[in-house]
Design a protein around this ligand. Structure first.
Ligand SMILES: [Cu+2]
Length: 66
């Protein structure tokens, strides 16, 4: 699966990371999501289109930087 990488500046704690991970799993149940709170980076392995992934994160309430 392709890997998408973004920066999420507002991802401040584990609860944020969990909220975002759940939001992504709801649109792709087999997505592999890894987050790094230090660098605010997220890595998502998914076959979904990048636009859908960004929208999913934004719908969860977070800003996405590429
Ligand atoms: Cu948080």
């Amino acid at each position: 699966m392709p890997t998408l990488r973004f920066v999420i500046p507002d991802m401040a704690c584990g609860a944020c990371a969990e909220t975002i991970t759940q939001a992504l799993r709801s649109i792709d149940p087999i997505a592999a999501v890894s987050t790094d709170l230090q660098t605010k980076r997220i890595e998502i392995q998914t076959n979904l289109d990048q636009t859908l992934v960004i929208e999913g994160i934004q719908r969860a309430g977070y800003t996405v930087e590429q």
